[in-house]
Design a protein around this ligand. Structure first.
Ligand SMILES: Cc1cc2nc3c(=O)[nH]c(=O)nc-3n(C[C@H](O)[C@H](O)[C@H](O)COP(=O)(O)OP(=O)(O)OC[C@H]3O[C@@H](n4cnc5c(N)ncnc54)[C@H](O)[C@@H]3O)c2cc1C
Length: 589
């Protein structure tokens, strides 16, 4: 079984030293959230994930969720762990105190998301979608809906889902067919089938609150005619007590490559009673509140799985002995494989990407809080623009890197990585869904390039480039950081050139742009990681004497990143700007 130690030192380093986002620090609601509180929460979270949740990963993989006699049963140990999980208040961590939440910022809950993803993604998914559904209801539900449904979702005795996908539509939601007919009392009857619904049914909670996209009979075709409905598995009375079973049933659950402990369900809605959330025909916009936050969390899933893969590969490489390294001191016998240059390169590749991602997502968590809670609307909007720009980047880059890192971890284990005993191949299989769900990574890249760079709020990418440029200029003044600032500057210029190329090509050839989206997302993502590393380096050089080993490690890891990972930017630029003729003119047989 894979082992795991939550990386609290790195998380606390970010929380204490990189919490220098001025607008975040202006937020009144988080004034009390200091380092002691953060450390206490992270230490409790570490105990929970290392001891209680981690063993569920193997249990769920070996004994997946099952569907028998119309009931979905979770793997052994899940029920007991979930009971403890909600008794200790973990579902309520980031929720509004008005509904029983603890009101912690995403700067803390994102670390908890990472720990849970490392320990067991399957187990995590049972509460993850509940938080997504909670966010959507909080932002778009009426007061009476919030009062009736949110407290039990926050406490975790009810869970939530998001029901978008149908047999005919995954990416293209404009095709969806589920019908909603309005009733005389203002409720709706929903009929249709949803597939691939994560935690659509299970035995962990008393009720499940489905958020369902459906179409009213008079709705316009396509995405402009979609409304959002809250449909409980069991009807809920005015006082929030449970009533009769609603018209929602489970058809089957999927047999899958990974995340086998998570129940992925076919749900049939047969005149199920639902309540409209948000305005008629604007359901997709409301659902996007949930999906945008959720997409960042999916990126963090990739980060969490990468972290546990790295930790296990590192430990193994310090034990496994094979061959002699170039600098071997041995006259007899083999060296541990971490002495070989290529193993060291692979480990540093993982570490430098993971720590850069953690720093980037910590900064994004601050920006998300500013976008939700700042009192100045202009600052709020600017933060919201940055979050919307970076959401597809974090979702895609972190999950794609998760594939690279879990594959490399397997490689370090050699044959023992491919076989099941060490639990490494499971990390690869579990991570494989993350580039697919919540909108495939290809679609994220299209969203980034066609909708997020420049939109009605202005030149968002230009503002982001400006922000990086300013940090580069500031850091150039510092002799120790200048080398890194210069390297980042070279790559920022490539991002600027690529952005101009996209703008020009948008007028001449949409195919050229479509064929470049994936490369562009990678360029922006790698530059964003470089920017995060620059901030880490600034602190590391300044504070080196306070914690020498920690900061020297950071500087050495950054050197690897700037010399060996950042050059991928140029490769993606060359590939992305080569045009689409080499793709579109090919005749597949
Ligand atoms: C384990 C699991 C859990 C899931 N959980 C949920 C859930 O809780 N709720 C829910 O609603 N759904 C869920 N899904 C569904 C998931 O979000 C969809 O599978 C995903 O959005 C892709 O849709 P699709 O499978 O229909 O693929 P398609 O949309 O058919 O896409 C097929 C391929 O075509 C590409 N493609 C599609 N459109 C374009 C385009 N315009 N340009 C370029 N390429 C394109 C895609 O990138 C993909 O590579 C889950 C799926 C799985 C497997």
């Amino acid at each position: 079984m894979a082992t795991y130690n939550a990386p609290i030192d790195d998380m606390m380093f970010l929380f204490e030293k990189l919490r220098n986002n001025a607008h975040y620090n202006e937020l009144e609601i988080y004034k009390e959230v200091n380092s002691d509180l953060a450390k206490d929460i992270l230490e409790q979270a570490a105990k929970l994930t290392e001891n209680l949740i981690l063993p569920l990963a193997k249990a769920g993989d070996e004994t997946p969720a099952i569907f028998e006699n119309g009931i979905v049963r979770t793997p052994p140990g899940y029920k007991e762990a979930y009971k403890k999980f909600i008794e200790d208040g973990w579902t309520s961590l980031s929720c509004d105190p008005q509904y029983g939440g603890q009101g912690m910022p995403k700067t803390i809950s994102a670390f908890f998301d990472e720990m849970l993803s490392s320990a067991s993604l399957s187990f995590k998914l049972y509460s993850e979608l509940s938080i997504g559904a909670y966010n959507c209801i909080l932002h778009h539900g009426s007061d009476s809906i919030k009062k009736k449904f949110l407290p039990n979702m926050v406490s975790g005795i009810w869970s939530g889902t998001m029901c978008l996908t149908e047999p005919v539509c995954g990416t293209d939601l404009g095709l969806l067919k589920t019908k909603a007919i309005e009733q005389a009392d203002g409720t709706f009857k929903l009929t249709g089938q949803k597939i691939f619904i994560t935690s659509g049914d299970h035995d962990l909670t008393q009720n499940i609150i489905h958020l369902v996209l459906a179409r009213m009979p008079d709705a316009p075709a396509g995405t402009k005619g979609i409304s959002l409905f809250l449909v409980p598995k069991i009807k809920v009375k005015e006082d929030s007590s449970l009533g009769q079973r609603n018209g929602v049933s489970t058809g089957s659950i999927e047999s899958k490559m990974g995340i086998k402990g998570s129940a992925t369900c076919v749900l049939n809605f047969d005149e199920a009673i639902g309540y409209m959330i948000g305005p008629k025909n604007k359901g997709l916009a409301s659902m996007f509140t949930m999906m945008n936050l959720e997409r960042i969390v999916v990126g963090i899933q990739g980060l969490g799985i990468s972290e546990i893969a790295y930790q296990n590969a590192l430990n193994y490489s310090k034990e496994r002995k094979q061959g002699n390294s170039n600098n071997s001191q041995l006259t007899n016998g083999a060296d541990i494989i971490i002495d070989h240059a290529d193993i060291r390169r692979t480990l540093l590749n993982m570490k430098s990407i993971i720590e850069g991602e953690r720093a980037l997502s910590f900064w994004l968590a601050q920006e998300t809080e500013v976008s939700l809670h700042h009192s100045d609307n202009k600052i709020k909007q600017e933060a919201s623009d940055i979050v919307s720009l970076m959401t597809p980047v974090v979702k895609s880059l972190f999950t794609d890197m998760g594939m690279e890192i879990t594959s490399d971890a397997m490689q370090i284990f050699g044959g023992y990585g491919y076989t099941k005993d060490q639990g490494i191949e499971q990390l690869y299989r579990d991570n494989r869904i993350t580039p697919i769900y919540e909108g495939t990574n290809a679609v994220q890249a299209i969203d980034l390039v066609f909708r997020k760079l420049i939109n009605k709020n202005g030149n968002i990418i230009g503002n982001y480039i400006q922000l990086i440029r300013k940090d580069i200029e500031d850091n150039k003044k510092n002799n120790e950081v200048r080398f890194f600032a210069d390297k980042l500057n070279q790559n920022l210029k490539i991002l600027v050139d690529f952005t101009s190329w996209i703008e020009k090509s948008m007028k001449n050839s949409k195919d050229d742009v479509s064929a470049a989206c994936n490369d562009y997302l990678k360029v922006l993502g790698l530059v964003a990681l470089g920017h995060s590393w620059l901030k880490v380096l600034d602190i590391s050089f300044k504070e080196i004497n306070s914690n020498k080993k920690f900061y020297e490690d950071k500087i050495e890891t950054a050197k690897f990143f700037f010399n060996r990972v950042l050059p991928r930017v140029d490769m993606h630029y060359q590939s992305g700007t080569s045009g689409s003729k080499n793709i579109m003119n090919f005749r597949f047989n």
